[in-house]
Design a protein around this ligand. Structure first.
Ligand code: CA
Length: 232
């Protein structure tokens, strides 16, 4: 039986999550603040940590970092707030393995937990998620992008946009979709924002930004990331 440490300060959510996980057959340990979460993650033989970002005492980021500094490689799944893209990027950078944004779907959370535990059982370390196109190499977990081996200095938002494009490669994505999913904007505002960021990504990643090979414009609609396997 796998055991999960649940670090969440909202009691109702903690109880609900814990009950749901126990129903799935997991043993569940609880912590309601950062210091308690860290202490239990280091002391108890748990297989996975579900870690909220906003916690009293110590933030989820600090707890995650401290767990990694202590040399523990167990999978960590962060619960991040919606619209806080920076949280996601920060979380993955400091050693979290995956994240789910609140409010989340319980089925999705269970699926992510199951996948992380399976990967951990299979090979110990979780493999780096790397995506390559042309001379560009994107380390999705380490949030690092290199071009011909040199680090490309993308902003957090640009990285998130690139990640979203890669994850939805081959799909035509409207500006509204990108604003909603990457920026977290609900209404039709700041449409130029997307274009400006796309132009910046092209500038940094395309050989000829005026004639892009990867980040394509779909006239009158939006953008599309062209997968490698569709290259002529
Ligand atoms: Ca919280």
């Amino acid at each position: 039986m796998s055991s999960v440490l649940l670090v969440e300060d909202e009691e109702a959510l903690r109880v609900f999550l814990g009950d749901s996980l126990r129903t799935e057959g997991y043993a569940v340990e609880y912590a309601s603040d950062g210091p308690e979460g860290l202490e239990k993650a280091l002391r108890l033989p748990v297989d996975l940590v579900v870690l909220d970002v906003m916690l009293p005492g110590k933030s989820g980021f600090e707890v995650c970092q401290a767990i990694r500094r202590a040399g523990k490689s167990l999978p960590i799944l962060m619960l991040t707030a919606r619209n806080q893209i920076q949280d996601t990027v920060t979380g993955l950078k400091i050693g979290a393995d995956d994240y789910v944004t609140k409010p989340f779907d319980m089925a999705e959370l269970k699926a992510r937990i199951g996948a992380l535990l399976r990967r951990a059982l299979d090979g110990g370390a979780v493999p780096a998620a790397v995506y390559e196109f042309g001379s560009i190499r994107v380390n999705l977990r380490g949030t690092e992008v290199t071009r011909n081996g040199k680090v490309v200095d993308l902003s957090a938002r640009e990285f998130q946009l690139l990640q979203f494009l890669i994850e939805h490669r081959g799909e035509t994505l409207s500006r509204d979709t990108l604003l909603r999913e990457v920026w977290g904007y609900g209404a039709k505002i700041y449409t130029r924002t997307v274009d400006v960021r796309i132009a910046s990504l092209r500038q940094q990643l395309e050989d000829d930004p005026k004639d892009p090979r990867y980040i394509l414009t779909v006239q009158g609609f939006g953008y599309k990331f062209r997968p490698e396997d569709q290259r002529p």
